[in-house]
Design a protein around this ligand. Structure first.
Ligand code: FAD
Length: 288
């Protein structure tokens, strides 16, 4: 099923993101996560690809294929392009297609200083165009409520985002953010720029202080004072921080849904406990 068509239903689309474990020997942890999450009935589950600019193996395809065939859920396979040439991307697309995977989140990928880019794909929009020309897939793309770190400003980033949509991205998933006002401002500017596709809000619950520090370094999300005070207050009490983090994410989601958001994409960090608690807390809200 095409993910973009989920947005024509009369409800807020709710999806989860998981990532392949770093060690292939830990692959079972992902299936434990999925076993624990399947009855929360997400509209789809996305699977990341070689995060941090590394070159990935077939684990994204393997996991996406099991999401489809064993769990009966819609997978969204992430795919990065900057470290591949067209022939290699073609082979990955064949593998995804042979496994029945129809939805791809087309990404540039981070530039890893240790891996020189192959320069056949410079931007995600070029990957979108390539996949579109090949046919057989529905394409999603990433977007950045506070602007991408490489962009000079948000207006420039939105101009480039429009190219990605014009190339064929039918749905957008946002980078995480902790202050909803950035998301509302971004959506308003994107709509003014003529971007009409559904935009899903990416929400990451806090699990611990180091996770947030890492994420903020990677993506530059702003931390509102309400959030930093919460981190300071509970940083030495992991359980309290986790509980506060769940409450903070639920609060963000309630506000987003009240303001008419198209969908919520929950970065689960492969933590089924937190994802389940949030899914259960918002069940009655997203279906209202
Ligand atoms: P692009 O859309 O290509 O944008 C990158 C930069 O280039 C932006 O600054 C943009 O404004 C600029 N740009 C775009 N087009 C042009 C143009 N034509 N001319 C000039 N400038 C242009 N990384 C992974 O490695 N694996 C994953 O699974 C993964 N999943 C992600 C999921 C989501 C929802 C998000 C938000 C990010 C994810 N990332 C992932 C991170 C992503 O790969 C990085 O943020 C990467 O640096 C940019 O990827 P992009 O697809 O957004 O790039």
């Amino acid at each position: 099923m095409q993910i973009a068509s989920l947005f024509s239903q009369d409800k807020v689309v709710f999806s989860l993101e998981v990532f392949p474990p770093k060690k292939t020997s830990s692959i079972d942890t992902i299936y434990n996560t999925l076993d624990n999450l399947k009855d929360t009935h997400p509209d789809f589950i996305s699977v990341t690809y070689g995060a941090g600019g590394s070159v990935a193996d077939t684990s994204t395809c393997d996991i996406a294929s099991r999401i489809l065939n064993e769990y009966g859920l819609i997978p969204l396979a992430h795919l990065t392009c900057v470290n591949y040439n067209k022939q290699e991307i073609g082979q990955i697309l064949d593998l995804l297609s042979d496994n029945g995977i129809k939805n791809i989140l087309a990404l540039r990928g981070d530039i890893n200083p240790n891996i020189p880019p192959k320069k056949e794909f410079n931007y995600a929009s070029e990957l979108v165009e390539f996949i579109k020309d090949r046919g057989g897939f529905y394409i999603s793309g990433a977007c950045y409520p506070e602007g991408h770190m490489d962009s000079e400003n948000l207006d420039e980033d939105i101009k480039n985002l429009k190219k990605k949509v014009e190339a064929g991205a039918e749905h957008l998933v946002s980078q995480l953010f902790f202050d909803n006002t950035y998301f509302y401002d971004f959506v308003e500017r994107a709509r003014k720029a003529g971007i009409r596709v559904p935009i899903q809000a990416g929400i990451m619950p806090v699990l611990n202080k180091s996770q947030i520090e890492r994420m903020v370094t990677l993506c530059g999300a702003s931390l509102p004072s309400k959030f930093t005070k919460m981190m300071q207050k509970f940083e030495h009490s992991p359980e309290a921080l986790r509980e506060a983090g769940i409450a903070y994410a639920v609060d963000q989601i309630v506000d987003l849904v009240s303001q008419g958001v198209d969908g919520i994409h929950l970065y689960t960090m492969n933590n089924p406990y937190v994802a389940r608690r949030i899914s259960e807390s918002i069940k009655g809200i997203i279906h209202a």
